[in-house]
Each structure stands twice: as C-alpha cells, then as structure tokens.
Design a protein around this ligand. Sequence first.
Ligand SMILES: *[C@@H]1O[C@H](CO)[C@@H](O)[C@H](O)[C@H]1NC(C)=O
Ligand SMILES: *[C@@H]1O[C@H](CO)[C@@H](O)[C@H](O)[C@H]1NC(C)=O
Ligand SMILES: *[C@@H]1O[C@H](CO)[C@@H](O)[C@H](O)[C@H]1NC(C)=O
Length: 625
Amino acid sequence: MRRPLAWSTHFVGLLGGFVVLSNQTDASWVDPDTKQAHLTTQPLANEDNRAYELVFSDEFEQAGRKFADGSDPRWTAINKNDYTNEALHFYSHDNAHTSNGVLNITTVEKENVYKAFNEHTKQFYADKKYVQSGMLQSWNKFCFVGGIVEFSAKLPGDPHKGGLWPALWMLGNLARATYVGSSDYVWPFSYNQCNPKTRQSQEINACSLVNHYGLAPKSGRGSPEIDILEAMQGEPGDLPNTFIQRPYQSTSLQVSPGIEIDRPILGKRPHEGHWYPDLEYSSQNKSDLNPFFYGVTLVHKPNSYTYQSDALSANLQLKATHYSKQHVYRVEWEPPAEDGTGGYIKWFTDGELIYGIHGKSLDIMKTEIPSEPMYLLMNTAVSSHWGFPQPCPEGCSCKCFECGNPECACAIPSGYCDNFPASFEIDYVRVYQAINESKHILGCSPEARPTATFIEGHAKRYMTEGQRRPLEPVVTGGGSCSSHKDCGGIERGVCSASGLCECSEYSAGPLCLAHAAFYDFDTSKQPKIFSYRHIHFPSSLMVVVSLLIGGFLLSMASAVREKSKEPKYSNVNGGTSNLSFQTTGSGAGVGSYQNPDGATFTVPANQKDVTYCVIDGRLVDQDHN
Ligand SMILES: *[C@@H]1O[C@H](CO)[C@@H](O)[C@H](O)[C@H]1NC(C)=O
Ligand SMILES: *[C@@H]1O[C@H](CO)[C@@H](O)[C@H](O)[C@H]1NC(C)=O
Ligand SMILES: *[C@@H]1O[C@H](CO)[C@@H](O)[C@H](O)[C@H]1NC(C)=O
C-alpha cells in the first residue's frame, strides 16, 4: 500500500515543520477541496446551539474518478443486479464518474444479461434488464453516529416524466443495500427491548443472553434507514389526500418493529391515534405527511418470523429548478441518550424544515431514533413501483417495461423513455459533527455498536457471485497512464516509465484522483459510543492552518496516516463456488426501502384489503379477503 520511499519523503520534505500540526487535525475524511467557509456549519434545528465541524466531505472536483470496488477510499460503486423493489435497472460501476465538479450518476438504456434464480423451478436462468444505472455506497468504509449531513444535487430526468427514482440516503452498517441476504431480520430494526413477539424476527435482539460476533448481550441491533431524498417525478395533478403533487421529495425514517394493528390505509391519512404523534412539518405548508408509504410487512414462515416495518415519511413539493440546478438537502440527526430515549431527526431542503421526528414520537412502539453507525448512499433506481401506472392499466399485461417495444408501452409512464440518458449530479457531500459531543461518533464499528466481527462472520451475506470478499482493498496507483497528467498531475501522482500511476501519500485510486481518507484513531480500538470521543483541534486554528497552507492541508495528513489504520476486510475462503446466490425476489429488507406502491395515480379500489408483503423475498400484494 505504501508509496516508494523517495516519493513520500519528497512530500514530507516540502512540508517541513507543518507536519507536526497535522497530528492534531481530525480532518482525515475531509476533502482538501472543501472551502474554508464550509469547515463548520450552523445547525438549523432550533433546539441545537452547539458548534459543528466538518468530519467528512467529498467535493468531486477531480474529474475522471471512478468508483469500482477497490478504486476509492470513500465510495464503492456496486456492480450487480438490483433484486430489490421490482428494480428495472442493473447497477454498473461504469455509471458513476466525476466530471465538471460533480459526481455524475448516469442512467441509460442498455441491455444487461445476468444470472437469475427461479424460485419455482429452482433453476438458474439468464434474465435481462434494459436500463443500466449507478449506486455508490460508503458501506464499511465511512460511517458515523449523529451529526449533520448535507448533499447538494441536481436531480436526473424530466420533472414531469415519471420513472426515475434518485435517492440520497443512509443505512445502518449491519445491512448492505441490494445485498438482500444481509437485510432480512436486520433491516430496519431500531429496537432494544426484549419482546417475545419480535425475538424471532429481530436477528440480534435484546432477549439474547449471548449475541456472538463481538456483539453485546441483551442488546437489540439492526439497520434502520434514513432517507434524505427520494424524488418522484411525473405528471402534475392532484393526488389523493395530500396537497403535494409530483414532482415531490420524500424524506423518511424507516424502523422496526412497526405498528401491527389498525395500520393506516395506503393513500389515506391515518386515523387519530393510529400513527406516530407529534411529527413536525414545514411551518409554511410546503410539506405534508406522505400517505403513499407507511412501510411494509416482511412475511416469513413460520409466522413468528414475520415482521412489520414502519416508514414515517413526509413529502415536499419540488419544482422544475430541482431538476436543472443544484439544491441543498440536509438532515440533522441527534442520536438518543444511552437509555434509548430522546434524540431527533430533522430534514431541511434549501435551509427550510420539511420534517421532524423526535424520540418521543417513537414511544408508541418503543423503537428508537437510530444509534447505529450509518453509511451514505447515492443512486438512481428505476422501478415499476415508483412512478409507474398503478394499478396496472386494464388490458395491459404489465410484464415488460422496455422502451421501444410497443407491447410494453401501456405499462410505462408517458414520456418515460425520454428521460434516458439521465444524469444525477451531486456537487458535494459533507458531514459535520458537534464538537465535544460524545454522542457523535465516527467509524463503522464503534465499541458500543460494533459491526466488524459480525460482518466478517457473515461475509457471504455482503457479497455476490464473482466477489472474493465484500470489499476489495483500495488501491493506490497502478492504473495505466501515458503522462503525469493522467495520474492527477505532479502533486497527486506520477506516471512511471512502465506506464503505471504512482500516487503521492495523499492520493488514492488507480489514477491517484481520489483524496486519501482514513480514521484518525485505531479502528480496532474504537471509543465507547457514549464516552468522550477524541481531542479536537479548535476549528478556528484549523481555518488558520488551511489558509496558510491551502492545498497542502491534505499533504500534511501524511503524518497522521502513519498511525492510521485502513479499514480491514475479512478474507473469506477465496473461491466463489460456494457463494449462495440471491434470488430474483425483491422487496425484502433493504429492498423495501421505498414505497412498495409508489405514489399511485389512483388509489386501488380494493386497497382496503391489500397489504404489501414479502414472501420468499418477493414483494407481493396479498389479498386478505
Ligand atoms: C454527466 O454525464 C453525462 C453523460 O456522460 C454528460 O452528458 C453530462 O454532461 C455530465 N454532466 C456534467 C455536469 O458533467
Ligand atoms: C395549511 O395547513 C393548515 C393546517 O395544517 C391546513 O388546515 C390547510 O389546509 C393547509 N393549506 C393548504 C393550502 O393545504
Ligand atoms: C472541547 O473540550 C476541550 C477539552 O475539554 C475544551 O478545551 C474545549 O474548549 C472544548 N471545545 C468546545 C468548543 O466546547
């Protein structure tokens, strides 16, 4: 992993006496391209007057970055079929790159044949997808507990033509999105009670006297979900029981266990006392409860393994400008106290409150505001359950959704095919944490919420056919080049005589285009979740330092790097033959991270009798008549 000695001493030499200062910064996940003005932020939540500092950022300024497994210290672009949520796309690592100062997730029409499993015949067969898109995850790389996340993004496609499903979101590190095997019985639990009713459906529960894999006894764990943005485009027009029309933004918290009896009816508003109380919306009537998504039932056999997830969700009216310009999407997440009470999550778009959930609102199910280490995700999905005609129009088979095939035209939203190619352009991602706040923690496996040993012990759940391990180690250099420019220019890397990039200490990736990133602390000995985190370098001094040495801030981090530990990944038995396949089923676990029914064009006539559930990993409408 280390660069040739001559190369690194050259850099350290350049910096001379400054190196010692870098010892004290904790800016190790901070992109040096982040401007000084953004090294701190003011919380927008009224009740919060703490000082915040930047702990992670990616400004995507360096053009030409790619995110295939092992290419980037912050992100992994997955390269596999998406089995969740009736996905119509294949995720390819070719569909995410940086250009013109943005992360560019492109969604295109392209055929992909992949190996699928038929649950009835128990045979593998070649299945085909007609859309290719991208998903980046910081899973098991960068995670945090508590803080402020801010994305700036321009949404993909046409605001009035449905079918695309761009998302900026967060998930607990115990589940890996689209790897369905990792999410069942884990997603989206945020529950630390011993309850005979849920002890079977919650894999890591508070009844267990022994939880194995380094997990604490009598401690309920899971992978809750916070959706910062999910955008629904489509034809404008009134929707039932809300004043919001398309296009809109959904913001949600998804937790289990959910309410089981007298649940709100999809498309209607909840009856008084039948849903979570005291939810906060925009004071200017710009946001509203989302009546199109209350969660899903994950049905398993025997019945004691079935469980309910709840989605507490609000919608905000979007405008055409959200699809043509950058807008700012933010969440402020305050974890609960050690006893699981309190905390909040608040969503803001362009600085205005859209939605707020307090720990007290969750009392009715005794679930908690998340305290799990969570990672970041950015993707554009395409799903027949998101913005597509529902229910299936009369006389339509709704079996195909392919552009240009006349048989499929009745099943797809009008103008859908004009959306391709689409680009979801993300200008930056920034994460802040309150200074000296012991509840705000960095790391994917903090001591009080460890995940590392569990993931190592269940590695197969987090990987798919063709993967040797869940994540490849991140390379530094080795990409082919013909000039230094190909390796990011002289201060990032050089092109060797053999035509391969050699990176400086401060860059990473095959072409040295990514900024190195790491935790300042020894990740094998992480601080207790509710104890003092680490000594902070005052942000005022950080500003001075960054002014002084500008672009060399990153270089200085080299001194810290000596002590740092890259995340470690387990090496599972090498071969691929014994990997279990994921089935073609959908909707299970993380799969169900969104509305199983989209915002329907019309509410199904019989919807009172319809529940959406997962059977053998397949999302189905179950008629209870
Ligand atoms: C994003 O990628 C698409 C397809 O390559 C391209 O047309 C578009 O201009 C890119 N956007 C930016 C801002 O570079
Ligand atoms: C604004 O909010 C109030 C109170 O919730 C509600 O009665 C009213 O109908 C809303 N206005 C619109 C235009 O929806
Ligand atoms: C953080 O804690 C340190 C050590 O206790 C203290 O010196 C410093 O003033 C605190 N900073 C803030 C912003 O509260």
